[in-house]
Ligand binder design. Structure first.
Ligand SMILES: [Zn+2]
Length: 348
């Protein structure tokens, strides 16, 4: 997804957290810096943010899944019912897959696994690492940040103020986390077939361009932060109210209705890593609906259909269903993971 789509997803997730209302302090923290979602939600894709293995090209933004031929078949096989149960009915992608008849039972009976070049270097690990670090950084927060937590932090009196995490920095890390969660919701990030690669301008790039046009130019960084962060005047540029409202106004473009959405915690036994493994498996299944393996076999790198062939006007119903499901879940997944990180601070 490109900069404005990532920004919209983060801004919309702030609004969703507010509407849902169970973590008002987290929502208030993020709301205050809503415009800066245009930096934080995008920075993981910036070239300099990929130095030192932090983003390592795009490996940490994807979990490219492929048929698995090793010995651990059972561990790598998930039935449709099991995956839908792991995702939960609150996810539109789960509902889409449950209703889908295009992927046959035989497809669901096969094992699939991440085709990862360097062990451990993939999206769920990156999101897990960032969410763990984010908990540390919140606990090391300055007085304003700590005051948002429902418990005291005893070591705070030993912390030099310069070592403490500012509210603005914390918001930035939450926005960065939203980037990886949103990437997991994008089918092309989760399918090892070459037909999903960004280069070459086929499905991946065109699909993102299609969403980007629906999001619109309001969410461009240059519009939300026209003078850059350093030179920004206190009341210059759009207010948080406006950014969050404009984000909500986009819902109709994707056919999304989040008006009665809840933001559940992760299921028992799940952590951010496992949650995103399931989200990536669902995204892989969606990619396999869009580009059926009967026509575009796994392992066949020559088949690279155009966007218009698989999601053009001949498939407008599928395209619209997926516009809704993918964007609904990108927003919801972001809110779920943010809320889980925040909640977890008060747990064990
Ligand atoms: Zn990315």
């Amino acid at each position: 997804m490109n900069q404005r789509t990532h920004t919209w997803i983060a801004a919309r997730a702030i609004g969703l957290l507010e509407e849902e209302g169970t973590e008002p302090n987290l929502a208030a923290l993020l709301r205050h810096f809503a415009r800066e979602a245009s930096v934080g939600a995008w920075v993981p894709d910036a070239q300099d943010a990929k130095r030192g293995g932090a983003g390592s090209k795009t490996e940490n933004h994807v979990l490219k899944i492929a048929p698995y031929e090793g010995r651990e078949r059972a561990r790598s096989t998930t039935s449709k019912d099991a995956l839908v149960a792991e995702l939960g009915q609150h996810r539109a992608t789960a509902q889409f897959l449950r209703a889908d008849q295009r992927l046959r039972p035989e497809w669901w009976g096969e094992p699939y696994k991440g085709d990862v070049d360097k062990p451990g270097q993939h999206l769920p690990n990156r999101a897990m690492a960032l969410s763990t670090t984010l908990k540390d950084l919140v606990l090391l927060g300055d007085r304003a940040l700590i005051s948002l937590l429902p418990f005291p932090v005893d070591f705070h009196s030993y912390m030099h103020p310069d070592c403490c995490t500012a509210e603005e920095a914390t918001a930035m890390y939450f926005f960065m986390l939203s980037h990886f969660v949103a990437d997991a919701s994008m089918p092309c990030h989760c399918d090892a077939r070459k037909l999903t690669s960004y280069s070459g301008g086929k499905i991946h790039k065109k699909w993102e361009g299609h969403w980007s046009r629906k999001v619109g130019t309001y969410f461009e960084k240059a519009k939300l932060l026209p003078w850059g962060v350093e030179s920004i005047a206190p009341n210059a540029g759009p207010s948080s109210d406006e950014v969050i409202q404009k984000a909500q106004d986009i819902d109709g473009n994707f056919g999304i209705d989040l008006s009665s959405a809840t933001v559940p915690d992760l299921q028992p036994g799940h952590d951010v890593w496992l949650e995103l493994i399931h989200v990536c498996r669902a995204s892989f299944a969606v990619a396999s609906v869009v580009c059926p393996p009967d026509e575009y076999p796994y392992g066949d790198d020559d088949q690279r259909p155009e966007f218009d062939v698989v999601l053009g006007n001949g498939h407008s119903q599928l395209r619209e269903e997926l516009d809704m499901a993918i964007m609904h879940d990108a927003v919801l997944n972001t809110a779920i993971v943010w809320k889980h990180v925040w909640n977890k601070l008060g747990g064990d």
